[in-house]
Design a binder for this molecule. Structure first.
Ligand code: ADP
Ligand code: 5GP
Length: 207
């Protein structure tokens, strides 16, 4: 990281309704800004091409519950029919190394992160409209029509929670949405930190 003031890494959470474009945007942001993207744990089955330890840690229900009991998850939620959670240690280790970390997680999880780590930055990805959301979910081709309907039905309730988030990005044109998300991250890197002493000390030492 380019910060010479001893500031630690920041945690960025990207959420939004299914099909809003979180995955597409986060993939680009991760590459452009060389950010660490957290790998979640889930009880769902891998989709064709998905790799354990790269896309997700695919675990059994028992193993997931054990991880909750042992306090290994920073947040966890039931999303549709499966459980998802963020392994705590990997995130903390990266933050300690002063790396920024990106979490692409659902809104229930985002709100848990905000409660336990209030300095985290929450970004909400909005579709331009519910009509476009339907087209994207259908066009993605990963979900059966009844699953698409379930996701659409949930979308409006999720959007109603946007007031808990710090920023929103309307994913209309992809390049613009990626660039806006990256601008938010860049600006947050320059936010005056709550622990201001290292910043001041640097100038004092010059005297
Ligand atoms: P999410 O991760 O939020 O569920 P995805 O990133 O999988 O959403 O995006 C859903 C679908 O919409 C994908 O097929 C993706 O290629 C497409 N998509 C994402 N962003 C845009 C955009 N700005 N314009 C058109 N299609 C998009
Ligand atoms: P998918 O099964 O399509 O990969 O993901 C389904 C949903 O689960 C998405 O909304 C995604 O953001 C969310 N998700 C993925 N990982 C996590 C996680 O670790 N925690 C939470 N709360 N949600 C997650």
């Amino acid at each position: 990281m380019r910060d010479s003031f001893g500031r630690g890494g920041k945690l960025f959470v990207v959420s939004g309704p299914s099909g809003a474009g979180k995955g597409t945007i986060c993939k680009r942001v991760k590459e452009d800004l060389h950010m660490d993207l957290s790998i979640s744990m889930t009880t769902r089955e891998p989709r064709p091409g998905e790799v354990h330890g790269k896309d997700y840690f695919f675990v059994s229900e028992e193993e997931f519950l054990r991880n909750i009991e042992e306090g290994n998850l920073l947040e966890h939620a039931q999303v549709y029919d499966h459980r998802y959670g963020t392994p705590r240690d990997a995130v903390m280790k990266r933050l300690d190394m002063k790396h920024n970390v990106l979490l692409e997680i659902d809104i229930q999880g985002g709100l848990q992160v905000k409660r336990s780590m209030p300095e985290s930055v929450l970004i909400f990805i909005l579709p331009p409209s519910l009509k476009v959301l339907r087209e994207r979910l259908t066009g993605r081709g990963t979900d059966a029509p009844d699953v698409v309907e379930k996701r659409l039905a949930k979308a409006l309730n999720e959007i109603k929670l946007i007031g808990e988030y710090d920023y929103y990005v309307v994913n209309d044109e992809l390049d613009r949405a990626v660039s806006l998300t990256e601008s938010i991250i860049r600006a947050e890197e320059s936010r005056v930190p709550s622990k201001i002493m290292p910043l001041i000390r640097k100038y004092e030492e010059e005297e």
